[in-house]
Design a protein around this ligand. Structure first.
Ligand SMILES: CC(C)(COP(=O)(O)OP(=O)(O)OC[C@H]1O[C@@H](n2cnc3c(N)ncnc32)[C@H](O)[C@@H]1OP(=O)(O)O)[C@@H](O)C(=O)NCCC(=O)NCCS
Length: 218
């Protein structure tokens, strides 16, 4: 499992960074990959209830990489943390595969919540440089969070949100998933959808956007 996750992380680095030349270079020089390796070691100790050791490993990894990941956070294999410095991933955060995280991203709490207080990031989300996602809500599959955005509410799938506080500026459809506005390829999968499926998903995305808008007004 450990090696499978490492292989997925290396693959994600290759897919998302045009500058990545080969596996050896990624293993030796990518601090995002190093941070994930340390995180998985810390998580092992956290799971067997050696929580202090887990935290110490996590803090050591932060010293080495500039990336702080709480050992209790749940992170799938196959995410890419680019540049890394200043990334903070909180205790109850979840990050699913295909997600790209740039420098300065915080997956944090607002300070007002208890229990699940950090976000859940679904597959293939782009978290641009300096984005702050604060609270125990979900960022939907394929969403893009603009650089410097402060996200305080649920983000629907395939939505682009920007600004402080973040607002929805676009909702794409899944067949645009491999388009990249950041100069990197988020995913290479490209499966054309039937017209019906396309319309169905657009409806879902619109309903989710409406819901998010209503949440914001509350
Ligand atoms: C959000 C982002 C992903 C672009 O998404 P997009 O779906 O292509 O959106 P667009 O560029 O068409 O912009 C849509 C609107 O949002 C605005 N916008 C885009 N990014 C923004 C940002 N970070 N902050 C504020 N507004 C932003 C645009 O000006 C535009 O506004 P308008 O409709 O009034 O003209 C991109 O702008 C971004 O922030 N990329 C950062 C990538 C990054 O972190 N790179 C670091 C590499 S080291």
């Amino acid at each position: 499992m450990w090696f499978k996750n490492l292989a997925k992380d290396v693959k994600a680095a290759k897919q998302n960074d045009p500058a990545a030349r080969n596996t050896l270079e990624i293993l030796l020089t990518y601090s995002g990959v190093h941070a994930l390796i340390w995180y998985r070691i810390a998580r092992f100790f956290h799971k067997i209830k050696l929580k202090l050791i887990a935290r110490m490993i996590s803090q050591f990894a932060r010293f080495l990489t500039g990336i702080e990941i709480h050992p209790a956070a749940k992170i799938e294999g196959g995410i890419f943390i680019d540049h890394g410095m200043g990334v903070v991933i909180g205790e109850t955060a979840e990050v699913h595969k295909g997600t790209v995280i740039y420098q300065g991203v915080t997956l944090g709490g607002t300070g007002k919540e208890h229990g699940k207080r950090h976000p859940t990031i679904m597959e293939n989300v782009t978290l641009s440089a300096g984005a702050k996602v604060l609270g125990g809500f979900t960022v939907g599959k394929g969403a893009k969070i603009g650089a410097g955005a402060v996200v305080l509410h649920e983000v629907p799938p395939y939505a682009t949100v920007v600004g402080v506080p973040a607002r929805i500026v676009r909702i794409r459809t899944p067949e645009h998933e491999d388009e990249s506005t950041t100069g990197v390829i988020v995913t290479k999968e490209h499966k054309p959808l039937s017209k019906e499926e396309h319309e169905r998903r657009e409806e879902l995305a619109k309903a989710a956007a409406k819901q998010a808008e209503e949440n914001r007004k509350k």
